[in-house]
Design a protein around this ligand. Structure first.
Ligand code: NAD
Length: 487
């Protein structure tokens, strides 16, 4: 285990770090030891941060995309310089294996979220539509004001920068309310932004909880016209209600219950590899996960045998700082209880648990952590709560299907519509099936490949709106058309 640090997390308001009051403890998910404390901001801190962001807004907006670009590129560059430290912090915060926070991949993506939008705002700031009669329409994408960013704990730095990048690049200022379970990374990002010389008030961080705390205060604040939220579906509703007295724009990236359809003609080795990732990446605490594994009947038995074997061989819970560990700890004892309650239910209901099914037994100090065994369950029907509710843990249900229509119906048969996987060598079939499923993202013969230009978000209860490229621009800007007469 890595030497245990102690983090004294601070708010970042108007370019200054504040210890704050009402400090709460931060637990390391792998041992449940206290590894630091963070302040709980309430309406007063949120209001100060919003007012600072309001004051900074005109100057930041006036810089223009070209003027903001060097600040943001410097911020991204400093993230890269701190890559090793940030990778370790993300493991302390989340309990995810260090190999998945790899500075060469994960942290590069964190930096790229800023860099990409710094450049994109320069190249995509306006459009012109000349008319046949000689008039010219010029379309401007203008900054809106203060953006409130409310983020979850599962992939914190990636999701925080995914909002900070476009918010700032398009000329808004922002107040980030990171998840209470993972405050360390956001504090570190604020230190890096400070070091990079972002002007005071452009980027603020207020820590705290949701209801009756910093999250609800930010959502309800009258001077915050944009709220970008990622988290649970029911929290999304609560946030919209909290802000409903004012006219705001909402970006809602909500829950998921992804599918992973493997047809009989799929490349079996690749299908197993992608299914392991879809099931167990980030301990299954992943909105894009594919925990509903559907396998076509002719290969069901052989696939299942090989998949279970692959889980036993490859998904290894353990010390998250050990580079051989492939399964980390769940975020918090409460979440551990929630996930294991589904496993108890599966046993009581008489489903077959082919591997896993309970706490992962590990030596001290990890015996006190929130480790759940990678679990594969069969015998479940698509309408069962195991296949309907977001478990958000390393739990995969596998079920057979006969034909395309049955797979489509099962995939569509949940309230969510975020993402899924279709695996087959028949491209026509992949296109037909992808076309018939209501989801924001479908990967064909792969899993979790991201391009920041493409729309990201969910259908049905998985969200409102999309992020990425021009879709983020639409959310984070006020669009104005100026029509020029030719006289
Ligand atoms: P959560 O909804 O519990 O919390 C998310 C954030 O909202 C936290 O910062 C929390 O403090 C804040 N919050 C909670 N209640 C609030 C309230 N009433 N008012 C204002 N703020 C409030 O989500 P979580 O448990 O942190 O994250 C897991 C969830 O996030 C899962 O449902 C997962 O699917 C979803 N998620 C979705 C995406 C996506 O892109 N669609 C990505 C990652 C996670």
């Amino acid at each position: 285990m890595s030497e245990k640090p102690f983090f004294e997390v601070e708010h970042y308001i108007d370019g200054r770090f504040e210890k704050g009051a009402n400090r709460f403890e931060i637990l390391y998910p792998a041992t449940n030891e206290v590894i630091g404390t963070a302040p709980e901001g309430k309406a007063e801190e949120v209001d100060r941060a919003v007012q600072a962001a309001r004051r900074a807004f005109p100057g930041w907006a006036k810089l223009g995309a070209q003027g903001r670009r060097p600040y943001l590129l410097r911020f991204a560059q400093k993230i890269r310089e701190h890559a090793e430290e940030l990778a370790r912090i993300e493991t302390w915060d989340v309990g995810r294996p260090i190999r998945e926070n790899n500075p060469a991949h994960y942290i590069q993506r964190v930096a790229w979220n800023i860099e990409f939008f710094a450049e994109f705002a320069v190249t995509h700031g306006s459009e012109a539509y000349p008319m046949d009669n000689g008039y010219v329409n010029v379309v401007y994408y203008e900054p809106v004001g203060v953006a409130g960013l409310i983020t979850p704990w599962n992939v914190p730095m990636m999701l925080e920068t995914w909002k900070i990048g476009p918010a700032l690049a398009f000329g808004n200022t922002c107040v980030l309310k990171p998840a209470e379970f993972t405050p360390i990374g956001a504090w570190k990002l604020a230190q890096i932004a400070h070091e990079a010389g972002l002007p005071a008030g452009v980027f603020n961080v207020v820590h705290g909880f949701g209801p009756d705390s910093a999250g609800a205060a930010l959502a309800a604040h009258p001077d915050v016209p944009l709220i970008s939220f990622t988290g649970e579906t029911r929290t999304g509703s609560a946030i919209i209600k909290a802000g409903a007295d004012h006219i705001k724009r909402w970006s809602m990236e909500l829950g998921g219950k992804g599918f992973n359809i493997v047809f009989a003609d799929a490349d079996l080795d690749r299908a197993i590899h992608h299914s392991l990732r879809a099931g167990f990446f980030n301990q299954g605490e992943f909105c894009l996960a594919g925990p509903r594994l559907l396998v076509q009947r002719p290969i069901y038995d052989i696939f299942l045998e090989r998949f279970v074997q692959a889980v036993k061989e490859n998904i290894r819970p353990g010390d998250p700082f050990d580079p051989n560990t492939t399964l980390g700890a769940l975020i918090h004892p409460e979440h551990f209880e929630r996930v294991t309650s589904y496993l108890r239910y599966a046993k009581e209901a008489g489903f077959q648990i082919l591997v896993g099914g309970g706490r992962a037994e590990l030596p001290p100090p990890f015996d006190r952590g929130n480790f759940v065994e990678p679990t594969v369950i069969t015998g479940v029907t698509p309408s069962d709560r195991l296949c309907q509710e977001e478990i958000f843990g390393p739990v995969v249900t596998v079920m057979p299907f006969d034909d395309e229509q049955e797979a489509i119906d099962i995939a569509n048969g949940v309230q969510y519509g975020l993402s899924g996987v279709v695996q087959s060598r028949d491209l026509g079939r992949c296109m037909r099936v992808s076309g018939a499923i209501r989801a924001g993202t479908i990967w064909v013969n792969d899993f979790f490949v991201r391009d920041l230009r493409v729309p990201f978000g969910g259908a049905k209860s998985s969200g409102i709106g999309r992020e990425g490229g021009i879709y983020s621009r639409e959310f984070y800007t006020e669009i104005k058309n100026v029509c020029l007469a030719n006289a």
